[in-house]
Design a protein around this ligand. Structure first.
Ligand code: AMP
Ligand code: MG
Length: 329
C-alpha cells in the first residue's frame, strides 16, 4: 500500500516464538491485501481487473469482492463523493505512477478522463463476479483499502484472544480495550500544516477504545504544486474532476470500523462541512467527524458533529501520532 503500519498489544505476554508467529501472520495478511488491491503491483488482482478492458464479468477473491461491495455502497450513500473509479483523474492530476506533469490539464483532458470514471459503471453480478459497464473503467481502492487492512488485522488479533490493542496502517487506526495505563488509547490528530511530516503538533487528542476506528484524510501530506504554485490535493472531487478545494484541510472520522472511517474521511474532504455535516446527520447517525478548516490567514478552525469524542487533555505524550506518514505516491 506504499505505507507503514504499527501494532501495539498490551494484554498478552507473548513468548518470542508467539511474537514471531503473530508478526508473520500479520505480514502474510497484509501481503495478501497487497496482492489483491495494490495498483502499484502489475501482478495484483486490481491491476488485472484494470487491464481487463471488457464487459465480461471477472472472477475475484472474496476479500476483494467485499471491499468493492463496501466501496460501491459508500459511493451510493455519499452521493458519489466517494468514488473508487477515479484512477484516470488521479493520474491526470499527477498522482499516478507516470509522474506529476505541470498540474494544468486542459478541460478536454479532464472531460476525457471523466468519461472513463464513475462508480455506476461498475457492478457485482449475482454470482459475485465484478463487471464493468465501460471497458476502460478502472478501480482505485486507495481511499478505502488501508481501513480494510486495519479491520482485518484487528480481527486477526481478536482471533488470537487479544483484548487490548491499537492497530494503525498509514494513519488509519482502530483501538480495542485500554492502553498500558488502563485508559482509552489517545490518538493525536495532527495540525494540517502543509508540508513534509515535520512535527506541527496536534490539533486535538482523541480518546479511542471499544473497537472504534479513526481515519484522517487531508491535503496536507499528499499534494503537489502546480507550476503556478497552486497546491493540488490527491483527493479528487468527482463532480468536477478536479482536486478537492483547500478550505477543508483535514477530516477525521470516528466510526465502528476502519473501512467505513477511511472511505468517509475521503468523501468528507470532497464535501466539506457544508454538505458533509448534513449528510452525516441524515445518513450516518452512528459516525462522528472533525473537520479542520483552513482560514485565509493560514490559521485553523474546527467544526465537528455533536458526538465527536471530546479531546483528552493535550498535555502528556500521545500514544500515537495520527496522520499519513507521507507514503511515496
Ligand atoms: P485517503 O488517503 O484515504 O483519503 O485516499 C486518497 C486516495 O484515494 C487518493 O490517493 C486516490 O487514490 C483515491 N481517491 C482520490 N479521490 C477520491 C474520491 N473522491 N473517492 C475515492 N477515492 C479517491
Ligand atoms: Mg480514505
Amino acid at each position: 500500500m506504499g505505507t507503514t503500519y504499527s501494532i501495539q498489544v498490551v494484554d498478552t505476554r507473548l513468548s518470542p516464538a508467539e511474537r514471531r508467529e503473530w508478526h508473520e501472520e500479520i505480514d502474510a495478511l497484509l501481503e495478501d491485501l497487497n496482492r489483491q488491491m495494490s495498483v502499484h503491483r502489475p501482478d495484483s488482482e486490481i491491476s488485472a481487473f484494470n487491464r481487463h478492458a471488457s464487459m465480461e464479468p471477472m472472477e475475484v477473491s472474496a476479500g476483494f469482492r467485499h471491499v468493492v461491495a463496501r466501496a460501491l455502497e459508500l459511493a451510493e450513500r455519499t452521493g458519489g463523493a466517494f468514488d473508487p473509479t477515479l484512477g484516470p483523474l488521479v493520474r491526470l492530476w499527477g498522482f499516478g505512477p507516470d509522474g506529476p506533469g505541470d498540474g494544468h490539464p486542459t478541460p478536454e483532458a479532464i472531460a476525457d478522463a471523466r468519461r472513463k470514471t464513475g462508480y455506476r459503471h461498475l457492478s457485482l453480478t449475482e454470482d459475485g463476479r465484478l463487471m464493468k459497464h465501460l471497458p476502460e473503467l478502472e478501480l482505485d481502492l486507495g481511499g478505502i483499502a488501508k481501513g480494510y487492512g486495519v479491520d482485518r488485522v484487528a480481527d486477526l488479533l481478536r482471533a488470537h484472544g487479544a483484548t487490548r490493542f491499537l492497530v494503525e496502517i498509514g494513519g488509519e487506526v482502530l483501538a480495542e480495550g485500554t492502553n498500558v495505563r488502563g485508559e482509552p488509547w489517545r490518538i493525536g490528530v495532527q495540525r494540517p500544516v502543509v508540508g513534509p511530516a515535520t512535527d506541527a503538533g496536534f490539533q486535538s487528542i482523541v480518546p479511542l477504545t471499544d473497537g472504534r476506528a479513526l481515519a484522517t484524510s487531508g491535503d496536507y501530506r499528499q499534494f503537489r504544486h502546480a507550476t503556478d504554485g497552486r497546491i493540488l490535493s490527491h483527493i479528487i472531487a468527482p463532480r468536477t474532476g478536479e482536486p478537492a478545494g483547500m478550505a477543508t484541510a483535514s477530516v477525521t472520522v470516528w466510526a465502528g470500523d476502519a473501512l467505513t472511517a477511511d472511505a468517509l474521511a475521503t468523501a468528507l474532504v470532497v464535501l466539506g462541512p457544508g454538505e458533509g455535516l448534513p449528510l452525516l446527520a441524515a445518513s450516518f447517525p452512528e459516525v462522528e467527524a472533525l473537520f479542520i478548516l483552513r482560514r485565509a490567514d493560514g490559521a485553523f478552525d474546527t467544526t465537528a458533529t455533536p458526538g465527536f469524542p471530546a479531546p483528552t487533555s493535550a498535555g502528556g505524550a500521545a500514544r500515537h501520532e495520527h496522520g499519513c506518514p507521507a507514503p511515496p505516491h
